[in-house]
Design a protein around this ligand. Sequence first.
Ligand SMILES: *Cc1c(COP(=O)(O)O)cnc(C)c1O
Length: 414
Amino acid sequence: MENIKSLSSFDQEIFDLIEKETKRQEDEIELIASENYASPAVLEAMASSLNNKYSEGYPGKRYYGGNAIIDDVETLAIERLKKLFGAEHANVQALSGSPANAAVYMAFLEPGDKVLGLKLDHGGHLSHGHSVNFSGRLYNFVQYEVAENGVIDMEKVREVALKEKPKMIVAGFSAYSRDLDWKKFKEIADEVGAYTFADIAHIAGLIAGGCLSSPVPYFDVVSSTTHKTLRGPRGAFILCKEQFAKQIDRAIFPGMQGGPHDHITAAKAVAFKEALQPEFKIYCQQIIKNAKTMAEKFMELGYEIVSGGTDNHLMVIDLRNKNISGLEAEKALEKIGVSVSRSTIPNDPAPPMRPSGVRIGTPAITTRGFEEQEVLMATEFIDLALRNKDDEKVLSEIKEKIKELCSKFPIYKK
Ligand SMILES: *Cc1c(COP(=O)(O)O)cnc(C)c1O
């Protein structure tokens, strides 16, 4: 390996692209609700020799030799995760959110079984039964919706559940800005004899930080990503009641996956340790303060927020009254160095590639240190850009100001 010691000496092209991307992240405002900046400690664990190991199986029961140290790593990750959420059982091998959900369905359902999930354009996720996704092709998903005011009406959920009698009810979403009544979901599920499955991919960090209510005490099974509000490596986990532990573990391996990504398991353990620190609670509180500040400012500026505000880290802006589509907004903001994701709004009249809204979230900017004052500045920049979306000169002036603001809040370049 003499001449492939370092990236910069062996592969200048990839090295330069990584440098460029790091600089882009430093210079621009990241408002994609599912993104965050992992700590140097998390990145270090990911870039370690643990990448090299094969460990099919679980601690103490591996199909390969040489796993004593990996067993300790995975056990630490599991113990920290159980502590973080007060869970009975944890599986930390899921490779990402969608595969974790596939394993959950596999553990509890047969193909063709009926599952109740939130409609995608109302804030659900592809893996909750969309027709183009494996979930929608393998299982019989029926959908509940948000009410006219953009909030989930639990009585309506109950009505659909009583009518459809699903085998499983899924709650937990990608573009829903309100806290959830987990207990009520569980009561409804009990009434119809359904399993309860919470997908907390977006909000896991906020639940861990004590800022949102947790489904863990009530639900049979809970899945999450580790790279969104939880601020860890790209990956996922599954929590469940002890009675379902075996079927969940078997669904992940050998059901769905081969060898776990041990370097990612180590990085997950680091992220869980970070989330167990008292500072993480403060971080979560600030994410929500920032989101509320932003939502209020947008409303003051005449923007419509779906459901009228936010309880968590994100909001969906309905841009119809501003005569700009979600796609146009996303493109205009890209020109000023602000990343957002276009998003459908409930009952969107526009097609999915050109939806009527954008989804905006505050986890990443909060990680780099933005507080209310910077959030207000960012919101004003966004409004100015959307009002001048075709004026390249104004847009490039805003881009410079954003770069200057960002330079005061370095991510990695301390
Ligand atoms: C992000 C997300 C996922 C998928 O996670 P990936 O890691 O992108 O596969 C699943 N469910 C919900 C609710 C999500 O927001």
